[in-house]
Write a protein that binds this ligand. Sequence first.
Ligand code: ZN
Length: 114
Amino acid sequence: MKKINSIGYGGKVIFIGILFAFIIPIGIMLIPYKCIPLDVISKISFLIGILILILFTIWLMIELRQDKRINAHYEKNRDKKILIQSGQFECQACGNQHVKAEDKSCSVCGIVFK
Ligand SMILES: [Zn+2]
């Protein structure tokens, strides 16, 4: 599954959810004129808003779980060096790309490779 990153649109989704769930129904409530169609619109708007907020909460929980998995993976591989295109190695703790195959530790961050 592709990595979810809601930082760019999270605020907008929450705003739209709150708009439908609360702002529109409260706005309709404040209209002195009462009729059944307005009441129905208010209820539908509330349900759409709540649905958006619930679905977005689930979406955020999936994103959080992905973040935890990536962090765990990173922590597990921190003290390793991986071969990169230039034929040298990259320190997984600090990103130093000038690590040689025979290096036992990173010259930048000092981590000892396993
Ligand atoms: Zn390093």
